[in-house]
Design a protein around this ligand. Sequence first.
Ligand SMILES: [Zn+2]
Length: 293
Amino acid sequence: LVPQSIGVDLGGTKCLGVLLDDRGSVVAEHRVHTPVGADAIVDAIAEIAKELGPGLPVGVGAPGLITREGVLRFAPNLPGVVEVPLRALLVERLGVDVEIENDATAACWAEHEVGAAQGADDAVMATLGTGIGGGLVVDGRLARGANGFAGEIGHMVVDPDGPPCPCGKRGCWERFASGSGLGRLARERGIGERGEEVTAAAIRGDAAAVAVMAEFAHWVALGLVNLAYLLDPELFVLGGGMVACGSVLLDPVRAAFTELLAGAGHRPTVRVEQAALGERAGAIGAALLARGR
Ligand SMILES: [Zn+2]
């Protein structure tokens, strides 16, 4: 292990970098706008690394399909960025050890090591934002899959006739259980144009908004139930912008989960918890992964 490392969360609009000390605490932060194009993105990450601590190992959490070798294959939120050997480019540029991981997988590792899933050998993280990302800890280890693509849970199909998804398929879980899914429900039920309007109204106790939140929570729980059948986790950690509202979403999700799960009365309760690390989770996880697995 090394005493310090840098983590960068490469997002669609911003790159957030953190410097972690030897105890896994964030001691410095640096953020820049995400530029367009692979070369400019490499420049931006290099700038963050130089600002936070030249010579330290760097981890990057990136959206999309990341291979075990650190090649960014496909990232719908980064226009024109396909088949980029990000790890090799950064190693060449910085001359340090570099790890590249899917952003939600990195966030899951952070929650497991220093956040809401500490001590849980089997945990699933779902980040509910514009879409849904996922990370899986199985038997105490990060599950990565044959290619590194494990945890693309947002594209599990929950309605074959459902709305089209940016991934090119139809009826994906993230069309229903993300911020865009709540926005669609809001428009259909006449509550407003955006998901945020529903959550704000539900927090105020508006009955129609509370009903829409319950409907939305049902879609969130449906995906979690399928994941529970597959992985039997001790807990789910929910992160991303959608869970900032806390119990107004989490309580109906817990209720719907119990209602939908077969044999719920014969199983220990599967906890559904809010993520502890907020928007820094992906960067913290990437920094931890940069220290070695
Ligand atoms: Zn999809």
